[in-house]
Design a protein around this ligand. Structure first.
Ligand code: ADP
Ligand code: ASP
Ligand code: MG
Length: 477
């Protein structure tokens, strides 16, 4: 008999945020089973739970263990409620509740340790942050089992092997691939649906790590690439990837098809709908992704693929923004023609572990200007002042300074940078709306242009640029 095609489906926090949402997820799982797919389900924590867990670590650090216990109580109640609403009175229900109790006790114990030491290491933060996913998969797997769909909850700590870079760990390909195949394929062959935690992984010696906030999409991609699956579907709370964040632009529309490069730029520059690393493992494997809405499953959503045959070059497809940035400028006439200044500057930034989302187009060699997240400004300035202490003393560098909060707005579309007139249209639109462009970014690829603007102008700028997107219905096919 022919093997069923494998499908990895990831459901985000809102999609599992309460029992009503979980009912929809079950219906989707049953539907794909009836269509002949064999699904692997990857789940995020219930919406807000990861934030609650991480906030508790702050409470513990501030010696407010009483508040931690309150959160522990609230988390137990919230998860119990879903169990009560979804799982009939059986031994199963008792068992799931015991597991919830164990996980919440573990959470409280870790927080107690932080409370005693007065410090939370990245390692313990990861151990705590991942508990939301562990709670969620146990509940959902038992819910499926209680309704005649054989399922098994699995922690990705047994599947995804990473380095020790806590809070943003890097998977080790060969080891992960072997574990994924060894652990998941036999279960799938037995027609059992694996219900796997997103977000978490483990080092080779078994210590829990996480793939970074929003990382469940990446978890799904890793499983999809290494099984390998035929497709990966990301189920979220909007109708796919849209022309802008619908929370900023209410009339944003769904984009039917996007290339991996385009979605890569969008995700990197703030479109939260897909984690920026998601596409990486799937490019080599040639596996496509669909982004779909759990609450509107009949909508086709967005197809993410390597090539786009219908590609119309030069058309603006989407606009996105990323807040909380600051521009750092190193300036001084003495820098003119001195080799290695940029290398030393970026070396100093890198030594703080800060990544630079963009470097702006400098018209002369008298200044270097780049963005960093605002929360890293102090550390980065300190590191730069140390690195250039001599040049500052000799006045070869006049000053190193940072702006107040700025926003990076990125416009994405195929071959856009080489299309004449696009920049003019964008600047014209911003000019008409009285929005000042502080800097233009050196786009890292052909498919995007980034601008830096004052944080107060974010919404107006995104809405104004969005007006340049030609609605699908008006496009000549
Ligand atoms: P999940 O919990 O399902 O992973 P996220 O909150 O991480 O969901 O991502 C989905 C959200 O991303 C949407 O609710 C939407 O507000 C936001 N978003 C930002 N930019 C876009 C975009 N271009 N298209 C769709 N959604 C976007
Ligand atoms: N629950 C994790 C977070 O909130 C991972 C995810 O949702 O993708 O960051
Ligand atoms: Mg997400």
């Amino acid at each position: 008999m022919k093997e069923k095609p494998l499908l990895v489906m990831k459901f985000g926090g809102t999609s599992v945020g309460n029992s009503e949402a979980m009912r929809k997820v079950k219906a989707i799982v049953e539907d794909v089973l009836s269509q002949g797919w064999m699904p692997v389900v990857v789940l995020s924590a219930m919406s807000g739970v990861t934030d609650d867990l991480l906030r508790s670590t702050e409470m513990a650090k501030n010696r407010r263990y009483d508040q931690v216990l309150q959160t522990a109580g609230a988390l137990t109640t919230r998860h119990y409620q879903v169990v009560d609403e979804l799982i009939p009175e059986t031994e199963r229900k008792v068992f799931v509740k015991q597991q919830i109790d164990q996980l919440i006790s573990m959470f409280a114990e870790y927080c107690r340790a932080i409370d005693i030491i007065g410090e939370a290491t990245p390692r313990v933060l990861d151990a705590i942050a991942g508990i939301g996913e562990m709670l969620c998969v146990r509940i959902f797997a038992e819910y499926l089992n209680a309704h005649q769909v054989s399922a098994r909850a699995m922690d990705a700590t047994k599947l995804i092997v990473t380095d020790h870079a806590y809070q943003g760990a890097h998977p080790i390909r060969e080891k992960t691939e072997r574990k994924v195949k060894e652990a998941l394929l036999p279960i799938l062959q037995s027609k059992i649906v694996p219900v796997v935690t997103g977000f978490i992984a483990a080092t080779e010696d078994g210590t829990t790590t996480t793939l970074g906030r929003g990382g469940s999409d990446y978890s799904a991609a890793l499983l999809g690439a290494y099984l390998p699956a035929s497709e990966v579907w990301i189920w979220t709370d909007v109708d796919g990837v849209m022309t802008a964040d619908p929370r900023i632009v209410p009339d944003a529309t769904t984009i039917d098809v996007l290339t991996f490069r385009e979605i890569g730029e969008l995700a990197y520059y703030g479109a939260k709908v897909v984690h920026p690393k998601t596409m990486q493992p799937l490019i080599d494997a040639g596996i496509l992704i669909r982004v779909k809405n759990t609450f509107n499953p009949s909508h086709p959503g967005t197809l993410l693929t390597i090539e786009n045959e219908k590609q119309t070059n030069g058309e603006i497809k989407a606009v996105t923004s990323i807040k909380g940035q600051s521009l750092i400028t190193i300036e001084g006439r003495g820098m003119l023609g001195v080799p290695g200044v940029a290398a030393r500057a970026f070396g100093a930034v890198a030594s703080t572990g800060t990544s630079v989302p963009l470097i702006t187009q400098a018209s002369s060699e008298q200044s270097i200007c780049f963005a960093v997240p605002q929360k890293s400004v102090e550390t980065v300035l300190r590191s730069l002042n140390d690195a250039f202490a001599r040049e500052l003393a000799t006045k070869d560098i006049d000053r190193i300074w940072a702006t107040d909060e700025v926003v990076i707005v990125t416009i994405v579309g195929a071959a856009m940078r080489s299309t004449p007139g696009i920049a003019g249209r964008i600047f014209g639109k911003l000019g008409l709306n009285g929005i000042n462009v502080i800097a233009i970014a050196q786009g890292s690829s052909e498919v995007s242009i980034s601008l830096v603007i004052d944080s107060a102008d974010e919404q107006r700028a995104v809405r104004a640029i969005h007006e340049l997107i030609v609605p699908k219905t008006e496009m000549v096919s």
